[in-house]
Design a protein around this ligand. Structure first.
Ligand SMILES: Cc1cc2nc3c(=O)[nH]c(=O)nc-3n(C[C@H](O)[C@H](O)[C@H](O)COP(=O)(O)OP(=O)(O)OC[C@H]3O[C@@H](n4cnc5c(N)ncnc54)[C@H](O)[C@@H]3O)c2cc1C
Length: 329
């Protein structure tokens, strides 16, 4: 495994929210043995919440019983890498992929002749470009920071002009919170850092570790396998477009890709099995999530309309949106 970052998991470009395993089954009912991926030791968790509050532009609060954990990605990503190393992986930090020629990966430490190349290199995937695969067509800017203080015991999502076309979040931790926002730069031209500064100034808290990233918001790419290449996670557009969450999908797809790669190397199984498998488990929820985002796009430009739409959906409809279900029964 190569990663251009010198330190795995840092900077943290993430809200660090991970749904609890039982919620994961409600989102991905075809997911198998999700406990293996998501039942985490308490030492990895930075806090837990049992409620998500969605706050309309007018300040009305819609509540959903939704169990989630807060991670420290700087710790969590290292934990995942150490599991891979325990199982025989070799990891090179501070090493970049530069190109792929005839199935061979060129990197800043030389050529890597690989039987299979797995591109888990994020929304701007160079692996996808080099393999002639599509990248996610819509990538929204999202910005995050660490805040000191106490922030209650519910995850809060604020909608409206506070984060146009997206939402702002407060994800409490045992100590402090992850605060951030994502927005649609097509409908709002201000820099995300300016919008975030306004949001945290209103909260009156001190923040550190501000980091900007991009979230794929256009659903899965058309094809995730070509030649000896597979795409996983953000590179494949595996994010829930209605909420920007991509840790669960990257991990589910990552496990599938790993298994298929092993079968390919050991028994010549086709890599296309990976595409079939992730579609079986994740395509429906990801498509529904994209439909919800597109529906929300109709109302996002206008706070009054957005407030009305949230009122019509009510607690039940918004709960369905969080779980990537169909908005209307
Ligand atoms: C601000 C923000 C908040 C978010 N909040 C949440 C949240 O609360 N919950 C949630 O579930 N999801 C959240 N997401 C989405 C989530 O972070 C991603 O979906 C998830 O990290 C996807 O993992 P990944 O491995 O596909 O990509 P990434 O985590 O982006 O990892 C890609 C890796 O590839 C490396 N890389 C890239 N190019 C190269 C190259 N050429 N050579 C070598 N290495 C390379 C990078 O260094 C990086 O380490 C958020 C995203 C952002 C931007």
């Amino acid at each position: 495994m190569i990663d251009r970052r010198r330190e795995i998991g840092y900077p943290v470009q993430c809200g660090e929210l991970l749904p609890a395993t039982k919620e994961m089954y409600s989102i991905f009912p075809r997911g198998a043995n999700l406990e293996e991926l998501f039942d985490l030791d308490d030492s990895i968790l930075a806090g837990s919440c049992s409620t998500v509050e969605l706050i309309s532009p007018g300040g009305r609060v819609y509540s959903s019983d939704f169990m989630s954990h807060s991670l420290d990605r700087r710790v969590f990503d290292k934990h995942l890498v150490s599991l891979a190393v325990e199982h025989g992986a070799r990891v090179e930090n501070g090493v970049s992929l530069t190109s792929i020629r005839d199935g061979v990966a060129n990197t800043t430490i030389g050529e890597v002749k690989a039987k299979v190349i797995i591109g888990a290199d994020g929304p701007n995937s160079l692996v996808a470009r080099q393999a002639g695969l599509q990248r996610p067509s819509a990538r929204y800017p999202a910005i995050t920071c660490s805040a000191e203080g106490r922030f209650g015991d519910a995850v809060k999502m604020f909608f409206g002009s506070v984060a146009p076309g997206g939402y702002a979040w407060i994800i409490p931790k045992t100590s402090g919170a992850n605060i951030g926002l994502g927005l649609n730069s097509r409908i709002h031209r201000e820099q995300p850092s300016v919008v975030l500064r306004r949001f945290v100034d209103n909260l009156g808290c001190r923040v550190t570790d501000i980091a900007l990233g991009f979230v794929p918001m256009s659903g899965p790419v058309a094809s995730t396998v070509h030649g000896n290449v597979m795409l996983v996670g953000d590179a494949a557009g595996h994010t829930m477009a209605s909420n920007g969450g991509g840790i669960p999908t990257a991990m589910i797809a990552g496990r599938l890709a790993g298994r298929v790669a092993r079968e390919h190397v050991a028994n010549g199984a086709p890599l296309s099995t990976y595409e079939e498998e992730w579609r079986r488990v994740m395509l429906k929820p990801l498509r529904r999530s994209l439909r919800t985002r597109r529906f929300a796009d109709l109302f996002f430009p206008n706070d009054l309309m957005l407030g009305l739409a949230m009122g019509i959906l009510g607690n039940r409809g918004l709960d369905r949106a969080i779980r990537c279900k169909r908005l209307f029964l």
